[in-house]
Design a protein around this ligand. Sequence first.
Ligand SMILES: Nc1ncnc2c1ncn2[C@@H]1O[C@H](COP(=O)(O)OP(=O)(O)OP(=O)(O)O)[C@@H](O)[C@H]1O
Length: 224
Amino acid sequence: MQLYAHDLEIHFGQRRLFQIPQLQLNPGQRIWLRGANGAGKTTLLKILSGLQKPSRGRIALHGEANPPARWRSSNLLQGRIVYLHQNPYLFDGTVEENINYGLKQLALTVDEQRQRREQAIELAQLSDLRHSSAQVLSGGERQRLALARAWVLRPAHLLLDEPTASLDCDSIAAMAGMVDELQRQGCGLLLTSHQHTALTEACQQIWRLEKQQLICETQQELSA
Ligand SMILES: Nc1ncnc2c1ncn2[C@@H]1O[C@H](COP(=O)(O)OP(=O)(O)OP(=O)(O)O)[C@@H](O)[C@H]1O
């Protein structure tokens, strides 16, 4: 399921943040979105996930241009394109309950729910903390839980905003394992990161927000 955006533009008052004639994110593709502080990376991810309305333009899945009347209420995008914030919001309740919350939104049998939950908890290395309150988790544990909660949804596209900022090597490895697994299942991934990590290593393309434009490069071009 391709994600398309056409003619995207966003202004804050008189200031134009970016203008992007066209972009396409394919299933199973992993892209590193780069750019200086304030270039508009978070804003672009929020627009692509339907959380923020652009000043102009439209996004579509499957190539069907179908802009929602109210950007945020679009059923087209809900659950299919998931945005993961760099400081994720977790619900009151345990680690397991946070993951169950995501699962309840899906039409799965009890067995399928259990299977996904157990796999997610293991991949996120949260087995010992499954009954702990999410509110007492460390930064790295929170980030792993937030990704596990997104992981169980099997989104068509996952947009990750600085997912590994201030994480240690073990947490980054756990995050990379989950992201690799999603990619194998055909999930398209777009991620921002100011550091080169195990998550960015496997990106086939780099999109750079610069001078209000989106420039596409391959990893090879970057290292050349
Ligand atoms: N609702 C808003 N109203 C006005 N300005 C905004 C709004 N949202 C974002 N901006 C501005 O747009 C610019 C881009 O913000 P954004 O968070 O998208 O940048 P970023 O590339 O993700 O930056 P960083 O690398 O620092 O996280 C910033 O200068 C920000 O202040």
